[in-house]
Design a binder for this molecule. Structure first.
Ligand SMILES: [Zn+2]
Length: 130
């Protein structure tokens, strides 16, 4: 269940892509917001190239560049107004499992927006199951 802080995080992600949306030149179409344990929020948009970088990576990179190391939640949204809440891609799931395995990722579901632990989005990471 999303709380008020989670809904604010979604709004921050929507705000950053609404302000920077670019479907023509640089293809900035996804915004992300990450909330640190101290409550600070950092945002980013995707930087388009063959392999990313995704908006989540830009937002988390901004947080780390500002000295943050402990994260609580992250969300990514796509569209001119960020109307679509996106699940992280495979590459981001790996990054989230590395940087914030116990943090929440806000994703969409049949029941609406939910939050799941980052490590649950990458089962068997670094494990070989017989
Ligand atoms: Zn990604």
């Amino acid at each position: 269940m999303l709380n008020k802080k989670d809904l604010e995080l979604v709004e921050k992600a929507r705000q950053v892509i609404t302000e920077n949306y670019d479907k023509v030149d640089y293809l900035h179409t996804v915004g992300a917001a990450v909330r640190c344990k101290n409550g600070k929020i950092y945002t980013g948009v995707n930087v388009y190239s063959l392999h990313g970088a995704c908006a989540e990576q830009v937002a988390i990179g901004a947080a780390i560049s500002n000295g943050e190391r402990e994260f609580e939640a992250v969300v990514a949204v796509r569209g001119q107004k960020g109307e679509e809440v996106l699940p992280p891609c495979g590459n981001c799931r790996q990054m989230l499992a590395d940087y914030m395995p116990k943090a929440y990722v806000i994703i969409d579901s049949k029941k609406g927006l939910i939050k799941v632990k980052a490590h649950d989005l990458l089962p068997f990471a670094y494990q070989v199951e017989a």
